[in-house]
Structures are given as C-alpha cells and as structure tokens.
Design a protein around this ligand. Sequence first.
Ligand code: AMP
Ligand code: ZN
Length: 144
Amino acid sequence: MNGATNCVFCNIASGQIPSLKIFEDETIFAFLDISPLAEGHLLVVPKKHYVSLADMPEDQVAALTRHLPRLMRAVMGAVGAEGCNILQNNGRSAGQEVQHVHWHVIPRSADDGLGYRWNASSYAEGRDEKVQKDVLAALTVHAH
Ligand code: AMP
Ligand code: ZN
C-alpha cells in the first residue's frame, strides 16, 4: 500500500480529501496550500508516503524535483511574482506539521510583507573544521 490512511496528504493525493489540484503524474501531486503564505502557494508531494526527505529514494526525489522549475514558473507567472521560496521542512523542530514530506512553492514580491529573518550565527575558532570532519565521516557511513 502506498498511502497512510490517516495521512492528510496521502488522502489528498488519492482524491479522498478534496484539494485544488495543479499537477499530477504517476509519482507526484501538486495542489494549492489551504492556508497560503501568498496567493499561489503550492505544495508538491510524492504520492507514496514518506515522512522526511531523508527517507526518500534518490530516484523519487529526482522524479519530484524535476517538476519544480516548471511549477515555479507557472505560479510566478500566474500571480505576477518577482521571486519564489522553495521551502522544505523535515521534522517538528524544523517546522514540519504534516508528517508526509512536501515542498512549498511560495511566490514572493518585494512588498509582500513576509520577510526573511533567519538569524545567522558564526563558528568559534576551529569549530568549523571539526564540523566539516564530522560531516565528512558521516557521509561515508551514509553512502548511496
Ligand atoms: P509544514 O508546516 O511544512 O508541515 O506545512 C504543512 C502545510 O500544509 C501548511 O502550509 C498547511 O497550510 C498545509 N495544509 C494542511 N492541510 C491541508 C489541506 N487539507 N489542503 C491543503 N493544504 C493543507
Ligand atoms: Zn502520507
């Protein structure tokens, strides 16, 4: 079975919960976000249930993300946006509320008032090299 019966995005992808559909093929489903950050705010989801991007096979990620440039151009053109954020939250600590992996396509304009306010920090002396070493070691464990 592809879907999780109690998952809102599985039920949207299968048509059991109504949505304003924008695009569908055999592996992905795109629809308007019900509580948009801006008009045209889309969600793009795999039809198969994965919680996180980290759970997805690479070919499934490729099958989904190849549609993003075209969907983004269509949304931006339709609403007259100058820019676009592609946002993808994994885990509750990262702001993921729906536990079915999804990509937000959020059209932006200079005067939209949404802002972009992440507070960058900096590394203490030597800490960046330690982090680089740790990530490189982890990458060898998490090979394809
Ligand atoms: P996230 O916080 O990244 O998990 O985003 C979840 C998104 O799903 C939010 O932007 C919600 O507005 C949206 N959402 C939740 N339920 C529905 C629904 N039934 N139809 C369309 N969008 C939904
Ligand atoms: Zn699901």
